[in-house]
Design a binder for this molecule. Structure first.
Ligand SMILES: CSCC[C@H](NC(C)=O)C(=O)N[C@@H](C)C(=O)N[C@@H](CO)C(=O)O
Length: 695
């Protein structure tokens, strides 16, 4: 990799890309119903260093015993869950299973240990699974062909398509793609499988022997495309589930209702019907089965941002009411406490994503944690502890326990996990400034170890995507510490449109992308370059996705930066709007006036800064057409003088088989190498090295 700036005084995993991509990564957390077994996924590089493989590890909830590895499949395991009797379930495609095509199957390891075996298969592969705390049903999600008459016919149809090499899909509605894959002809369904009394895997009912997969019962044969990207929650006694139900509403738009599905019969009733103004999602059924917590989302318009709030539905009376009214935060992941009297809710706040307690009776909201961004919260059956993954821009995800005995003084303890925090090449600080309209704009600032008034560091402004998000959790893709290791200070601001600062912070940037979001970013940059330890003369800007949109806008509106890196970026709003995978989402905000006023491509002739354009061909969120047009127009029309031979300092890094993110470890390495090389050349005015593998 390119090594630039000062001689190294330190060696951390961020100084060497091979070490960086090899750092193990934690994801997912599940707890056994008796609260004694905590399981997470740990992803590590395979032997060729070209793929991550995830294994399941068990963590001691008491924090005493070291973590130990549970699974060792060559292709990895995911979706760990426990049956009511404590048997471990997971999804894996293991060639030694009964699934001939190596499609992912549902596997189990009995609570008393022993060999893993296949519990259920589906011709399309098992995608996800959920269990209750008691009862005998497991809910399994898998995708089925719309006209297949049962699983045998499904198998036949899939084989026929494969043998005849037919990949065509006939669509009748929208959407047709998601992220990096095509939707259809198969679409998600929910199935039930029945365990023995007591919710154990062994001694199963039906004709199945202990070694044969259990039959799947289709709960949603008429699902059509209603369950595409729809979340659901299984009732604690496994007798019913509540699911999001996508309903086409004409003009290529969708709304999201909530439905109740009986697990014994598949009978379905609609609980909440969306309309032009509101829709519903994120259902969570209370432990006593009486209440449903859900997010009621005021739908966005050209004038207003969406506004999600937390509500409760009484499942007996059908009455709904808001809870935590007046709490000016967007509710994220929601979990019930065992007494059904309160909820733990994660929400973005001030560059963090703390856990909050919401009291169901009074609606009072109490913030329980200070540092870090929380996810994957699970709660002990006695309610005295919760466990979660926590990360921040200072450390990657780790497993923590929250002691809930006294909600006014919750203590958080990191548990013994398989992975330690990596040493950082600098320190993380927080800075804030005031925008012209008086709004507070706060940012993280990652500083290299040696930055001082005597040796001020060059600055990289890194703009987050979304735009409805915040720099608050560790990201392996957007990681500032690799730049810090090369001597850069990295500014991570939360401008207008960022979450965690109240609805008004979002509204002031809504449909005004090139206005307040841009001026907030410049205000944050102004404040930081005024510091003695930052070198105002050596600055670059970059961003991915919406952050790439902003990087393009910056390129057309200021010459203050020496280099711009724009990854998977929106270039022409008129093009992007209908070609992205969820056009209905963007079309609500993007009026023709907004598209005209705030499209970066209109300012191409004002670009005088070298640009590194990066795009993956499998990007359906911001389709490759944006990157291709940006590259052509920057070459053809930017205001940067061209050399006599037509060469320019602009570069295009193209990944034919990556999606919106660059995920393969070898490609992540190339990404950071080329980005750092470009910044080295143009911001530091030094020779940047390019990876040999680029030819
Ligand atoms: C299905 S529409 C949702 C849009 C979405 N996200 C948010 C949170 O606003 C999104 O994918 N936006 C991209 C254009 C984007 O900026 N993505 C960023 C952040 O998620 C990325 O890093 O991929």
């Amino acid at each position: 990799m390119c090594r630039v700036t000062q001689p190294r005084q330190q060696s951390t995993p961020f100084h060497d890309l091979d070490e960086y991509v090899a750092l193990p990564r934690l994801a997912g957390l599940t707890l056994s119903p008796d609260g004694t077994r905590l399981v997470t996924g740990v992803s590590v590089l395979d032997d060729d260093a070209t793929r991550y493989v995830t294994a399941l590890w068990e963590i001691d909830p008491g924090g005493e015993r070291p973590a130990h590895r549970l699974t060792r499949g060559a292709t990895g395991e995911s979706q760990a869950r426990f049956t009511p009797a404590g048997d471990l379930l997971f999804v894996a495609s293991r060639p030694d299973g009964s699934d001939a095509d190596d499609k992912p199957a549902l596997w189990t390891i009995p609570s008393h240990g022993g060999e893993a075996r296949v519990l259920a298969t589906h011709p399309g592969g098992v995608e996800a699974t959920q269990t209750g705390q008691t009862g005998v049903a497991v809910v399994v999600q898998a995708s089925a062909m719309p006209r297949a008459a049962g699983l045998a016919d499904e198998e036949r149809l899939r084989k026929a398509r494969k043998d005849k090499k037919v990949a065509a899909i006939l669509h009748t509605g929208y959407p047709v793609r998601h992220w990096d894959h095509d939707l259809g002809p198969a679409a998600p369904r929910l199935y039930a499988l029945t365990l023995a009394d007591g919710g154990a895997v062994a001694g199963t009912v039906s004709a199945a022997t202990a070694d044969e997969p259990l039959p799947l019962r289709d709960l949603t044969p008429d699902a059509g495309t209603h369950l595409v990207r729809a979340g659901h929650d299984v009732a604690p006694d496994s007798s019913f589930l509540v699911s999001e139900w996508r309903v086409p509403e004409g003009r290529a738009s969708l709304r999201s209702d909530l439905v109740r599905i009986d697990v014994a019969t598949g009978a379905r009733t609609t609980l909440l019907t969306a309309d032009e103004t509101v829709e519903y999602g994120s259902p969570r059924i209370s432990p006593d089965g009486g209440l449903l917590a859900y997010v009621r989302r005021e739908r966005s318009t050209a004038e207003h941002a969406p506004r999600p709030t937390l509500w409760l539905l009484d499942l007996t009376t059908g009455d709904s009411r808001p809870v935590a009214e007046g709490w000016d935060r967007w509710p994220g992941q929601t979990r019930w406490l065992p007494d059904s009297g309160g909820l733990l809710v994660v929400a973005d706040e001030d560059g963090r994503a703390p856990v909050f307690h919401v009291d169901v009776a009074s609606g009072a909201v109490t913030r329980l944690t200070d540092e870090g961004a929380y996810s994957d919260v699970v709660i002990a059956p006695d309610g005295r502890a919760a466990y979660a993954l926590r990360s921040s821009y200072g450390y990657p995800a780790e497993v923590v326990r929250l002691d809930l005995a006294d909600l006014s003084a919750v203590t958080v303890t990191a548990l013994r996990a398989p992975v330690d925090r990596p040493e950082l090449p600098g320190r993380l600080t927080e800075v804030e400034t005031t925008a012209e309209d008086g709004t507070r704009v706060r940012s993280w600032l990652a500083l290299p170890a040696g930055a001082s008034a005597e040796a001020p560091a060059p600055l990289l402004l890194w703009i987050h995507g979304g735009p409805l998000g915040s720099w608050n959790a560790w990201s392996w893709r957007w990681n500032p510490w690799l730049m810090v290791a090369q001597g850069f200070a990295v500014l991570l601001p939360d401008p207008a449109l960022s979450t965690g600062y109240g609805q008004e912070m979002i509204e002031r940037g809504w449909a005004r992308w090139g206005a307040e979001p841009y001026t907030d970013l410049m205000a944050a940059t102004d404040a930081v370059v005024a510091r003695g330890d930052i070198d105002e003369t050596r600055t670059g800007a970059m961003g991915g996705s919406f952050g790439g949109y902003m990087a393009n806008w910056v390129a057309g509106h200021t010459d203050r930066f020496k280099a711009i890196v724009t990854h998977a970026s929106l270039w022409s709003l008129e093009n992007f709007g209908p070609s992205t995978d969820a056009a209905y989402h963007w079309s609500r905000e993007m009026s023709p006036k907004m598209q005209e006023t705030y499209s970066p491509h209109r300012f191409v002739s004002q670009i005088r800064t070298p640009m590194l354009v990066v795009h993956g061909d499998k990007d359906y969120r911001v389709p490759i057409g944006e990157g291709l047009r940006l590259w052509y127009e920057v070459l053809a029309s930017s205001g940067l003088p061209q050399a006599a031979d037509g060469s320019t300092p602009h570069r295009f890094l193209y990944f034919p088989d990556e999606n919106h993110w660059v995920l393969a470890p070898q490609h992540a390495k190339v990404w950071y190498q080329v980005v750092l090389g470009f910044l080295t050349e143009h911001v530091l005015n030094q020779t940047g090295e390019l990876p040999e593998l680029l030819g």
